[in-house]
Design a protein around this ligand. Structure first.
Ligand code: PLP
Length: 386
């Protein structure tokens, strides 16, 4: 019996959708809006190259490693903006020394640490203040503001903290960063965040004469319809709503950052993994694939099924009674020795046979990069660029 020598297990990337999205956003967004790629969604060089070539204003980084990858991909340091709840002295020093565009301050300690580094280097640094706003977007997958959060400075502490930060003479206050939530499909929720941030900027300027929030960063959060329920995020509605708010607040001369990860990258990648085994366990088929949460952790981590398809390979059966799937709801798991190793559950499949390739869509964002790569020491999946 012939068996294949190599087991297929890889990511396939085609960055065309990402390029089209960046170009489209640049075309429809109101004047002053700058689109950054939040590279934690997918740090592969092909995605950074796509961001650069398609006209992203720069890269949102959250570590020194990301900074180095962005620079290697051709982004000058002046096009990097830096957010993250814990930034080390080495990381801050790199940012100041290389002249990155903005550092987004998340606490008083961080402001003082940055001031000390700037003093030492004899340089000034543009900063935004990341605020943990006093509201949240309830439907979102992950919220970054509202309640007790590790992100940013609580909104109600601003009155006390802002004068202290303004007194740090090497930090140049440029404005605010308020990232409400990730994976938001409802444009109205994100626009409500924009409006509340505009109100916050107005209050700050009224209460602290001489300050101007000339740059406002709304973070990321444009969602992706993983469940394919027909709720695609509508960027045109967002652009129109934001334009109306800018007009209403008279903020036409200001700069607005969008740091988008998921929305830009998700539909540019697929995780493809070979079906190694199928068994019937007490009435339900268990489909075992070559890669699991070590290579594609997102479905297990977020408890959702990604859209999927099967590429039939028509392999000969190893023995006549070998199990197969025909028009039934099944479980997909990986090869890892843990019950948490789930790729999908209760997915209705027409036909799956051993040797077929299971393809998981919308895997371009938060795919390999947030997986448990070292767990069980399997080989790293290949990343293939089309
Ligand atoms: C993760 C992250 C983003 C990107 O979020 P998406 O939901 O993927 O758009 C943007 N900004 C910050 C600060 C982040 O942590």
């Amino acid at each position: 019996m012939a068996t294949a020598d190599t087991t297929l297990n890889c990511y396939v990337y085609d960055t065309t959708p990402m390029r089209e999205k960046i170009a489209h956003l640049n075309q429809i967004m109101p004047a002053g809006v700058e689109v950054f790629y939040a590279m934690k969604a997918n740090p592969h060089p092909a995605f950074l190259q796509a961001a650069r070539e398609a006209g992203a204003k720069g890269i949102e980084i959250a570590s020194l490693g990301e900074a180095e990858k962005a620079v290697t991909a051709g982004f000058p340091a002046g096009q990097l903006i830096y957010t993250g709840p814990g930034k080390s002295s080495e990381e801050l020093r790199w940012g100041v020394a290389h002249g990155i565009r903005t550092i987004h301050i998340e606490s008083l300690t961080e402001a003082h640490r940055l001031q000390a580094i700037c003093t030492e280097l004899g340089k000034n640094q543009d900063i935004l203040l990341r605020i943990n706003a006093d509201f949240d977007i309830h439907e979102a997958q992950t919220t970054f503001s509202g309640g007790s959060k590790k992100f940013g400075i609580d909104e109600e502490k601003l009155a006390d903290f802002l004068p202290q930060i303004l007194a740090l003479d090497h930090l140049r206050f440029r404005g605010l960063h308020v990232y409400a939530a990730s994976g938001v499909l409802n444009v109205g929720d994100l626009l409500k965040n924009c409006e509340l941030v505009f109100g916050m900027a107005r209050n700050i300027e009224a209460n602290h004469p001489g300050t101007c929030c000339d740059t406002i960063d709304f973070g990321g959060g444009f969602g992706v319809d993983y469940l394919e329920e027909g709720h695609d995020f509508d960027p045109q509605a967002y652009a129109d709503g934001l334009a109306a708010l800018i007009e209403q607040y008279g903020f036409g001369e200001r700069t607005f950052f969008l740091e988008l990860g998921r929305y830009l990258a998700a539909d540019s990648g697929w995780f493809c993994t070979e079906v190694l085994d199928i068994k019937d366990s007490r009435g339900k088929k268990q489909v075992i694939c070559a890669g699991g949460i070590n290579h594609f952790r997102r479905p297990a981590a977020l408890a959702i099924n990604h859209p999927m398809a099967i590429i039939p390979m028509h392999r000969e059966k190893l023995f006549p009674a070998q199990e197969q799937v025909r028009d039934e709801a099944v479980y997909f798991g990986g090869p890892l020795c843990t019950g948490a190793d789930k790729l999908a559950n209760n997915v209705l499949m027409n036909a799956v046979d051993v040797g077929d390739i299971a393809v998981f869509g919308l895997a371009g964002a938060y795919g390999l990069t947030m997986s448990n790569l070292e767990f069980l020491s399997h080989e790293r999946p290949q990343e293939i660029i089309l």
